[in-house]
Design a protein around this ligand. Structure first.
Ligand SMILES: OC[C@H]1O[C@@](CO)(OC[C@@]2(O[C@H]3O[C@H](CO)[C@@H](O)[C@H](O)[C@H]3O)O[C@H](CO)[C@@H](O)[C@@H]2O)[C@@H](O)[C@@H]1O
Length: 570
């Protein structure tokens, strides 16, 4: 009711807030929603928290984002602002004690038990992705589900914290179409070994030896659903050595393509190829910060997709930072995102005085210049988080119900001074590849976070900070799959290190809101490592036609349909 009055008068005053005088019609609709109270389900939105232009007493209002679409080539970058990020704390229950979960319940990943199983005895496992096509459909191959994970060999003596410098992309497979309840507790994944063969880490370009020191995250694209050709897009951590054997660059992140083939028989899955690495993108220092500007720059985690409105046009999203010299204090009022006359707004000078300008995450965009996806050109970033957070990792474009979602993971420790949020996955929704993206859920951006009381001091070590929720770092590197299923890896639960696949959870997504589906699995937790191939695209008629005409070799497309056929009660 209060908001109705506010919207009607077009000059909102709520607990001293004065909203921007130029309220859009969308803002008017939004303002009709009732303001949620901290830690509570908002009235009128029993399931979904939704966004709200209404404020929480004592906190600033979120920024207004129109979701307006722009041409992907245009220089429009949406902002995840400080005003937005502050909604995470605004909508948390600040009355609970240290170690309690204070985040809105619908946005919290359920507790992972401390007696979780290892995914594999020989390797630590973290960032994980699936075999996808240009639309992010998840395929099985000849009766096998296949996943790709960053791995580090335990037998080589690497501890879980050594993983980043020794990361290798490994692959796992298991028979498709078996429900989680009938699999081994750890998901039953069989380790196939390293994807990039031994010895293929060195490559010579015009007298310069290019050496891959670690393989970081990316994605695997099935180039043609009727063949077995796959393209790995990943991040090389690499350095160059000249003909005299001298290192001529420090280790750099290079977004790279490597081509291979998938094979399977009745007993196992294997890969060939991945011996040649084509460097695609290095940060240019103009749109994306590079190593000369900041030794701690972030540039990695490519994910490609085809523009559904322009078939044949391919894009890549990736993790970047806003270009410019590290330490230059130049965040703007737009980065802060406060509405005019908001009494809780910070001034630019106040924010700059905190050093928040060291945090400048961005979600990058590039366009493919050839059909083999081996040449790419930078486009301006899709989203920046200047003075908000330094890392928006493993971004993915997720298209659902005509909406374009960007999901990205971030750490509590990479937030800028004065803003806070949990380790987890964040979501932004727009109406096109390039949009004025609306941060999901109360305008905050948070979609699924670890249980965290934001009053606790952030720290990565539970033992050193026993007041902290013992699950504040339980999971990370969430990847959103079709149907809102979310997989991730276990980092630390009650002080026990993970390096294993988490239980899959399900998030229901509607417009700019989402909620954890607690009816999924056991109180919201599905099977460990339950990363199933997509069985939604049932086309039994097509499958039978394929079989009869023998037009198509057994491969991913036919196989997906066969799985669906076999899984359907006859
Ligand atoms: O292994 C590299 C890939 O992992 C990703 C996403 O998981 O980057 C994660 C990142 O964070 C880890 O290190 C943090 C600092 O040591 C730690 O706080 C966090 O718990 C870890 O998950 O790894 C790099 C390198 O350490 C760091 O910059 C990231 O935040 C992905 O982006 C990489 O491709």
């Amino acid at each position: 009711m209060l908001n109705l009055l506010l919207a009607g008068s077009m000059v909102a005053t709520f607990a001293g807030h004065k909203a921007h005088a130029q309220i859009t019609s969308q803002a008017l609709r939004e303002a009709l929603r009732v303001a949620p109270r901290p830690g509570m389900m908002p009235h009128g939105a029993k399931l979904y928290p939704g966004s709200s232009l209404s404020g929480v007493p004592g906190f600033p209002l979120p920024s207004i984002h129109t979701q307006q679409a722009y041409d992907p080539q245009e220089a429009y970058t949406a902002k995840w602002t400080r005003a937005d990020a502050m909604q995470i704390k605004a909508h948390s229950d600040t009355s609970v004690g240290a170690g309690q979960n204070s985040l809105p319940q619908q946005l919290v990943m359920p507790d992972v038990p401390a007696d979780f199983p290892a995914t594999n005895p020989d390797v630590w496992v973290w960032d994980t992705w699936t075999l996808i096509d240009k639309k992010a459909t998840q395929f099985s191959y000849n009766g096998w589900e296949v996943i790709f994970c960053l791995t580090a060999d335990k037998n080589a003596g690497y501890g879980f914290d050594d993983r980043h410098t020794h990361a290798r992309i490994g692959y796992f497979y298991r028979r498709a179409g078996i429900p989680a309840s009938r699999r081994p507790t750890n998901g039953g994944w069989i380790y196939g070994g390293h994807l990039i063969p031994e010895g293929a880490q060195e490559q010579v370009f015009a007298g310069t030896t290019y050496t891959i020191t670690a393989e970081w995250s990316g994605s695997m694209r099935l180039l043609d659903p009727t063949s077995n050709k796959v393209s790995l897009f990943y991040t090389d951590m690499a350095f160059n050595r000249n003909a005299a054997g001298q290192d001529i660059t420090p280790s750099q992140a290079v977004i790279t393509q490597s081509l291979g083939q998938i094979h399977a028989d009745f007993n196992h899955v294997w890969f060939t190829g991945f011996t040649k690495h084509t460097p695609l993108l290095r940060p240019d220092g103009v749109l994306y910060q590079n190593g000369a500007q900041n030794p701690y720059y972030n540039f990695r985690d490519p994910f490609t997709f085809e523009d559904p409105k322009h078939p044949g046009t391919n894009y890549m999203v990736f993790e970047g930072n806003t270009a410019g010299q590290r330490g230059v204090a130049n965040c703007t009022a737009e980065d802060l995102g406060y509405r005019a006359n908001d009494p809780h707004a910070e001034t630019v000078d106040q924010v700059l005085a905190t050093g928040a300008y060291y945090q400048k995450a961005s979600i990058g965009l590039a366009i493919a210049e050839d059909s083999s996806l081996s040449k790419w050109k930078f486009l301006p970033p899709l989203i920046s988080a200047n003075c908000v957070n330094d890392q928006t990792e493993r971004p993915q474009m997720y298209i659902k119900d005509g909406k374009y979602y960007i999901f990205t993971i971030s750490h509590r420790t990479t937030y800028a001074a004065g803003v806070d949020g949990p380790d987890g996955v964040y979501g932004f929704v727009g109406n096109g590849i390039r949009s004025d993206f609306q941060p999901m859920n109360y305008g905050s951006g948070l979609m699924l976070g670890n249980p965290t009381d934001l009053n606790e001091a952030a720290g990565t070590d539970y033992d050193a900070n026993p007041n902290q929720n013992p699950r504040a770092f339980q999971s990370y590197s969430h990847y959103v799959m079709p149907d809102g299923l979310v997989e991730s890896f276990i980092d630390t639960v009650e002080g026990r290190r993970g390096g294993a696949l988490s239980p899959t959870v399900k998030v229901r997504i509607r417009g700019d809101a989402s909620m954890v589906d607690t009816r999924y699995g056991n109180n919201g937790l599905g099977g460990y490592g339950d990363i199933a191939a997509n069985r939604a695209d049932i086309n039994i008629v097509g499958f039978i036609q394929d079989l009869l005409s023998q037009r198509t070799q057994f491969g991913p497309d036919v196989n997906m349909r066969m799985n669906a056929f076999l899984a359907t009660p006859q």
